[in-house]
Design a protein around this ligand. Structure first.
Ligand SMILES: Cc1cc2nc3c(=O)[nH]c(=O)nc-3n(C[C@H](O)[C@H](O)[C@H](O)COP(=O)(O)O)c2cc1C
Length: 111
């Protein structure tokens, strides 16, 4: 199982409705592919953790990277993991402080 964490800059046109659409899509799609994780959106930037089967996460991340709703994607961590951080959450929307705490737990330093 792998875990990928990245940050990105939301495109100018992105608003709360886009974020809701992403979450709705993620809930359905991630449940099918066995991906779990968390997403933070602070009005300007995204930060996301994706975890699951190597192929499922890699293929999902390839698609996410092509998504016009964000750019300047920076991979903060990509690693093999034994356990999930967000079991039971196809994609959990979290607030920035919780995400920071989670990153610290993974020993990942945001830039
Ligand atoms: C920041 C961000 C995070 C996303 N996370 C997910 C996700 O976890 N699961 C998912 O199915 N789609 C996610 N998406 C949406 C996919 O990128 C997009 O729906 C998918 O690539 C299909 O695109 P299409 O509908 O244009 O074919 C995310 C998009 C963005 C911008």
């Amino acid at each position: 199982m792998i875990c990928v964490v990245y940050s990105s800059v939301a495109s100018d046109f992105v608003d709360e409705e886009d974020v809701q659409k992403i979450l709705t899509r993620a809930e359905v799609h991630n449940a099918k592919t066995g991906i779990t994780g968390a997403l933070v959106y602070d009005g300007r930037r995204f930060c996301q953790l994706l975890e699951g089967n190597d192929d499922a996460v890699t293929s999902m991340f390839d698609d996410i990277m092509k998504d016009a709703r964000h750019g300047d994607i920076k991979v903060m961590a990509q690693m093999e993991v034994a356990d999930r951080r967000f079991p039971g959450w196809a994609m959990l929307r979290v607030e920035e402080p919780e995400f920071q705490t989670m990153l610290e737990g993974l020993a990942i330093r945001p830039d």
